[in-house]
Structures are given as C-alpha cells and as structure tokens.
Design a protein around this ligand. Structure first.
Ligand code: FAD
Length: 279
C-alpha cells in the first residue's frame, strides 16, 4: 500500500527591508516552491505591528499563483479592523489562515487584552463561513503559560470545536513528545491532523535564546555537540542538517502527516533537508 505523500509547508516572517522583501519574493520563494509545498505562510507581528508588511508579502506571493496563508491574531485590534483584513485577504484569493492568540509585545505590560485563538477562530467562521481553511498552533511540549498539560490539550480541542481544520506545532526536537502528544489529543477526541513544525538550525545561539522563551527543549546531547563545534560554522551547519534530517525522517516513518518548516526566510538548510528526505 502506498503512503499518502506528506504535506510540506514553509513559514516566513515579513522582511524589514525592501531588499529583504525583494530577495524573499524573487529568489527564496521560487526556489523553495520547486519543492512543491502545499502553501507558504507569513507570520504576523503581535499587536498588528506587521499588519501591512504581512499583507504586502502575502499579496505578492499570491499574485504569482502560489498558495499562501497569513498568520493572524487580534492583538489590540478591534473587530472592524480584523474584519476588514479578512475581507482584503478574501478579495485577494487567500483561502487559508493561521489563527493565533499571539504574544504581548514587550513594553505593553497588561495594556492589551489578549484574545485567545479559539475566539479568533470562532470570529473568522462567523464572519466568513467556510471560506478559509484555518490552521491553529499546538504545543507538544506544552505552551509555556499553560496551567497544565491537560488544560492545554483541552484548549486545543476548543480551537477545533470553534472550526479550525488542522494544527501546526511549535518546533521541537523530541520525537517522543510529539507522538505522545498526538496520542493524548486522540484520547481527547481530536481527530484533525497535527502537522509537525520543524526548525532547521540556521543559527544555534539564536535558537537557544528563542527556545528559552517559547518553551521548546533543545536536548542536551545536541547542545553538547554544538559546543564542540563552536566557532566552526561549517561543522555546525552539517551537524544541524544531519540532526534535523534524522528528526524529520523518524517523524515521517512513524506516521506524521507532514512537516511545516520554519525557514527563517532562508532557502538553506530547508532545501537540503527536504532533498535528503526525497520530499
Ligand atoms: P492560544 O491557543 O490562545 O493559547 C494561549 C495560552 O492560553 C495557552 O497556555 C493555553 O493553554 C491558554 N488558553 C487557550 N485558550 C484559552 C481559553 N479559552 N481560556 C483560558 N486559557 C486559554 N506568534 C506571533 O506573534 N505571530 C505569529 O505569526 C506566530 N505564528 C505562530 C505559528 C505557529 C505554528 C506556532 C506554533 C506559534 C506561532 N506564534 C506566533 C506564537 C504564538 O502566538 C504564541 O505561542 C502565543 O503565546 C500563543 O498563541 P496560541 O494561538 O497558541 O494561543
């Protein structure tokens, strides 16, 4: 029996400069698109800080006929602003969204009321019916603010009950955490696909810093190995590709429905990993 081809997708963040945008649209996207992803996605800055840049990149990619999904969160925006953005996306032929609560921008204190992702999903469904395929976030190592493992899964179920179609996980390096999480989701009545979010290692120091905030664990053996290679960019790069290729291979061999790559707006190492996997 032949297995269904795994879904792959690629995530970007909106570039800060025109030069960065130019490279993303004219070099990175056509190159990664050769790998036949189901879609690209573009992150959304908390509090609407990238409202225009996310929209700009998403629209430019869509104009080339490629499927692309904007990430979206309420941040501090009111319903009219989010509604107008949804309408604009609809008019521009966007059919998929990644719906999030987002994080409080630093310096905002408690000034902004956070709208949970399940509420955003319900809002999108209420305003736009079935137009959008809605992805939500899931956390195999559990969201850092979650009250408990069980409550986090319950709230994920709430996002599906509100109308989400599938989930993409926070990145992780522990395969067991992902498959245990899938089992727990299934036991809680979640039967929608949960795609593995994978972070190719582009800059290990940045990854360490970022992982502390988002609650993703970098296994000790990877840290130890990277420490040996400190200063030797080539060895770090090669080891990073080897580790992430192996991680993805194990995920796919064990039945993960697909992989969402956090590309960091770079062709490599995502392309090399996909090629290693024959994706
Ligand atoms: P929620 O699902 O709303 O959960 C947030 C927390 O509240 C969890 O601890 C949960 O247990 C709890 N909770 C959930 N619902 C309820 C409820 N109804 N009542 C009480 N508690 C509840 N961030 C960005 O700023 N921009 C992006 O573009 C972006 N893209 C991402 C893409 C992916 C695939 C992932 C995995 C994360 C992304 N993030 C992004 C990060 C994300 O915004 C943060 O992790 C944020 O802290 C939580 O967002 P969420 O949608 O998972 O929140």
């Amino acid at each position: 029996m032949s297995r269904k081809k795994p879904r792959i997708s690629f995530e970007y963040f909106p570039p800060k400069t025109e030069q960065g945008k130019d490279k993303l649209l004219n070099v990175t996207t056509p190159t990664l698109n050769e790998l036949n992803p189901e879609f690209f996605s573009v992150t959304y800055g908390a509090g609407g800080s990238t409202r225009d840049t996310t929209l700009g990149v998403v629209s430019a990619i869509r104009e080339t006929g490629i499927d692309v999904a904007p990430h979206l969160s309420f941040g501090g925006d009111d319903e009219n602003t989010i509604n107008a953005l949804l309408e604009t996306y609809r008019e521009r032929g966007i059919k998929r969204l990644v719906a999030l609560r987002g994080d409080m921008p630093s310096g905002m204190g408690t000034a902004m009321q956070m709208v949970y992702a399940n509420e955003l999903v319900a809002f999108v469904r209420e305003r736009t019916g079935d137009h959008f395929n809605i992805e939500v976030a899931a956390y195999p190592e559990i969201h850092p603010e979650a009250e408990s493992y069980d409550s986090d899964i319950r709230f994920l179920k709430g996002k599906f009950d509100a109308g989400a179609n599938s989930a993409i996980t926070q990145y992780f390096f522990n395969v067991e955490a992902y498959f245990y999480f899938l089992d727990q989701c299934a036991a809680n009545g979640i039967d929608q696909p949960i795609y593995a979010g994978i972070m190719p290692i582009v800059n290990f120091d940045n990854l360490l810093r970022f992982s502390r905030n988002c609650g993703a664990e970098i296994p000790r053996w990877i840290c130890q190995r990277m420490a040996v290679y400190a200063g030797d960019q080539d060895s770090m790069r090669k080891f990073g590709i080897e580790v992430v290729t192996q991680l993805c291979q194990t995920l796919l061999d064990s039945g993960a429905p697909g992989i969402h790559f956090y590309t960091m707006n770079q062709v490599e190492p995502t392309r090399e990993i996909c090629n290693n996997l024959n994706l």
